[in-house]
Design a protein around this ligand. Structure first.
Ligand code: AQP
Length: 329
């Protein structure tokens, strides 16, 4: 069975973008792949997090993983910091990375463009080598990600190949798996930007635990255009195209078929249906989330997940350390 690894960093409440671009796909893959999914809490602190809030977001994220359909009998779910090998291999991968290639990472550039140097952590800069370690520890064949993380998986491939060439075959070179629809859900208030959990104004972002009426209002208020016909054209109608992607991903109806159904109809009716589809999905997730959070099963799931992950990660790290010469027995 091919192996797959992915994670989400709960730097805030998980969003519809995380769900469509990542979580929902993890759920589909768990039947056909050996899947490892972790909560990337070490990645979270590359930017300051208020500890109480972070603890809440981490617990919510685990609850949401399960509520969205991840099954601990089918996949391994764990906290990144519980498996110490992530940080250790992360350091070794940092030492395999060049300043030039880290400087080219789009996410680093985006996250630092408006910040003052003294506020940019070194952690944010070396986030990609840690992500490489997250993947390479498990010999993952595939990494399901949204569009924004593809570049980091490409760096992971470069680092794996560099290590294999320098020290002999050690790592599987992973491939990113990016869905055709929904790989980049855009902000509802500014469809030129990605829907992000740490977006300053939360108007453009739907959270998975958001009040249903508030989520519907955000869809109804989503920025569209003056064209007045429902059409999939990301360049000229980015807002409407984004709503089409959301609706198609959640309902399974192809975009073409939705466009045909809305021929000659206005945006109001279209948005109403999108809002209903989103509300239905959120209600289902939130009901399951409430059951899971009151069941008290999370701690045990994470403990078992970390033990399983550690067994694989430990062997891989040992091998790497031996090859590099830093482990002498
Ligand atoms: N808007 C999105 N559309 C599609 N996929 C998305 N992902 C995130 N946002 C979207 C995918 O979700 C996975 C986990 O991402 P992450 O939360 O670990 O990191 P991120 O991409 O940096 O997400 P945010 O919300 O933008 O976080 P902040 O604001 O803290 O930087 C990844 O596979 C990602 O592609």
């Amino acid at each position: 069975m091919k192996r797959m690894v992915s994670g989400i960093k709960p730097t805030g409440e998980l969003t519809l973008g995380n769900y469509i671009g990542a979580l929902r796909n993890f759920v589909k893959y768990q039947d056909d792949y050996e899947l490892y999914v972790f909560i990337a809490n070490l990645h979270c602190v590359t930017v300051y997090q208020e500890p109480k809030e972070l603890r809440k977001n981490l617990k919510d994220a685990i609850g949401l993983y399960l509520a969205c359909g991840l099954d601990p009998q089918k996949c391994t779910i764990f906290l990144q910091s519980d498996v110490y090998e992530h940080a250790q291999l992360g350091w070794l991968m940092t030492c395999m990375s060049y300043m030039g290639e880290l400087n080219r990472m789009t996410q680093f550039k985006e996250k630092t463009q408006n910040a003052k140097d003294e506020n940019i952590t070194a952690g944010l800069f070396v986030y990609p080598p840690l992500m490489a370690a997250d993947i390479l520890l498990y010999d993952a064949d595939y990494v399901p990600v949204g569009e924004d993380q593809k570049q980091h998986v490409e760096l992971t491939r470069d680092l794996a190949q560099r290590f294999n060439n320098r020290y002999s075959e050690t790592f599987v070179v992973p491939e990113p798996l990016v869905a055709k629809v929904g790989a980049r859900i855009m902000s509802l208030s500014d469809p030129s930007k990605k829907m992000s959990k740490s977006e300053e104004s939360n108007k453009g972002c739907i959270y998975l635990l958001e009040d249903i009426n508030s989520a519907k209002k955000k869809i109804m208020g989503a920025v569209t255009d003056m064209c007045a016909h429902v059409n999939y054209d990301k360049i000229n109608q980015p807002g409407v195209s984004n709503l089409l992607e959301i609706m198609s991903s959640l309902s399974g109806e192809p975009i073409d078929s939705i466009v045909t159904r809305y021929e000659g109809k206005g945006y109001g009716e279209f948005k109403k249906e999108v809002a209903e589809v989103v509300a239905k999905e959120l209600t289902m997730i939130q009901n399951r989330y409430n059951e899971i959070m009151s069941s008290g099963q999370i701690e045990q799931i994470l403990k078992e997940g970390a033990e399983r992950a550690h067994r694989i990660a430990f062997r891989k790290l040992k091998k790497v350390q031996k090859k590099m010469g830093i482990d002498i027995f």
